[in-house]
Write a protein that binds this ligand. Structure first.
Ligand code: PLP
Length: 408
């Protein structure tokens, strides 16, 4: 008799995006003339940087020759990409991260889920609320939680509320935890953590022998020179943190697929019998066994992000999205809305108007401005009363959407 993984049955049915799609479909059927603008999705819209395309084209041509053909590559990624990353993303910022500590992958979504493979089932896990749903659902699937309550919160998880009161930066937990998921700049709130705030978390993790899983998918959107891009800019983080990075949002690789995870040498956890074991070796083993690497072509494309032209093109892309974010912020503030985020991140987190909950505001914007956003309550109970707009869109769409909202 084949048994299924019962833990999957604990998952709350994927509610948020199907429900958005259902409401948008119903509206457009009733109003076929309405031109709907979608500012709800977390996907990029602008074309791939020319430097990345040129590098991938060249790699494809090389693959067509006997000398330039590449079969299986190293599971951890090609050394030239790992070295470029170590140098540009870490050593240039004073972080002591070496190429061998960087593991290339096809996405941060998979890495931040797969990391549970090397971590014990008994870890007490903390997540923020609201949260990027992958962290929660991957714990549910791995059998690391109890059942969900009516509010959608799973037993066994510690939820750290992100509120206007704490500036949407996770407060330290009241009960001890072993594993902490942090994402800065944050999806969905658009908040960013200061050096002092991250230091509190690193100090906490060191004091409690806990592990921080730091998702820095949006680090490239930080423009304030005082703000840390990597957790490793904080002293001691090498002993308590793994960092996830991706080319999805900075270089538009959401459909091309390339990311990486940093596992510092010397970072360790405890075995059932109380010995210390290096996580690097476990992750290396996990990747070598279950993963066969990212394509040569795509890794050449990612490497081109670090060329002078690539750097310039990525900066321009980010500048474009951040100009969208600043238009959204300015127009919504002028419309009298309470606006957070959108300054160091491509997401604007809006307080819904008096008397309207997250879904109420969704229906209001869809029905009256034909603009689609994402209800904050979809990211967790503490997201109720908030609404996320994304800066990933064309300038024309952003301007028209804001004009329509202003006119309400
Ligand atoms: C988009 C995003 C990522 C990137 O995921 P990929 O699988 O690399 O495309 C990671 N974390 C968060 C919070 C994101 O929003």
């Amino acid at each position: 008799m084949v048994q299924v993984n019962d833990s999957y049955l604990k998952l709350k049915a994927g509610y948020l995006f199907p429900e958005i799609a259902r409401r948008v479909k119903a509206f457009s059927e009733a109003h076929p003339e309405a031109r709907i603008i979608r500012l709800g999705i977390g996907d990029v819209t602008e074309p791939l940087p020319a430097a990345c395309r040129a590098a991938m084209t060249k790699a494809i041509e090389a693959m067509g020759t006997r000398e330039g053909f590449h079969g299986y590559g190293p599971e951890q990624g090609y050394p030239w990409l790992r070295e470029a990353i170590a140098r540009h993303d870490f050593q240039s910022r004073g972080c002591e991260v070496s190429a061998e500590e960087i593991f290339i992958s096809d996405g941060s979504k998979c890495d931040s889920s797969n990391i549970l493979d090397i971590l014990g089932a008994g870890n007490r896990v903390a997540v923020t609320d609201p949260v990027y749903p992958v962290y929660v659902d991957s714990n549910v699937m791995a059998g690391r939680t109890g059942d969900a309550d009516e509010g959608g919160r799973y037993g066994g998880l510690t939820y750290l509320p992100l509120t206007a009161g704490n500036g949407f930066v996770a407060p330290l937990p009241e009960r001890p935890v072993d594993l902490i998921y942090l994402c800065f700049p944050n999806n969905p709130t658009g908040a960013v953590a200061t050096r002092e705030q991250l230091k509190q978390w690193v100090d906490y993790a060191l004091a409690h022998d806990a592990l921080i899983l730091f998702d820095a998918a949006y680090e490239a959107f930080i423009s304030d020179p005082e703000l840390p891009h990597s957790i490793y800019e904080i002293e001691g983080a090498r002993r308590c943190a793994i960092e996830f990075r991706s080319f999805s949002k900075n270089a538009g690789f959401t459909g091309t697929r390339c990311a990486f995870t940093v596992v510092p040498r010397g970072l360790s956890g405890t075995t059932a019998s109380g010995e210390r074991v290096e996580l690097w070796g476990l992750w290396n083993r996990r990747q070598s066994t279950k993963f066969n690497g990212v394509s040569y072509i795509v890794q050449r494309g990612a490497e081109a992000v670090y060329s002078p032209e690539g750097q310039e093109q990525v900066r321009a892309l980010i500048g474009f999205y951040m100009e969208n974010a600043s238009i959204i912020r300015r127009e919504l503030q002028a419309a009298g809305l309470q606006v957070h985020g959108g300054e160091q991140a491509p997401y604007v987190w809006i307080g819904t108007p008096e008397g309207m909950d997250s879904w109420g505001f969704f229906d209001h914007l869809l029905g009256n401005a034909h603009v689609v956003g994402t209800p904050g309550s979809g990211f967790g109970a503490a997201g109720e009363g908030y609404f996320r707009l994304s800066a990933f869109n064309s300038r024309a769409n952003v301007e028209e959407a804001m004009q329509r909202i202003r006119a309400l």
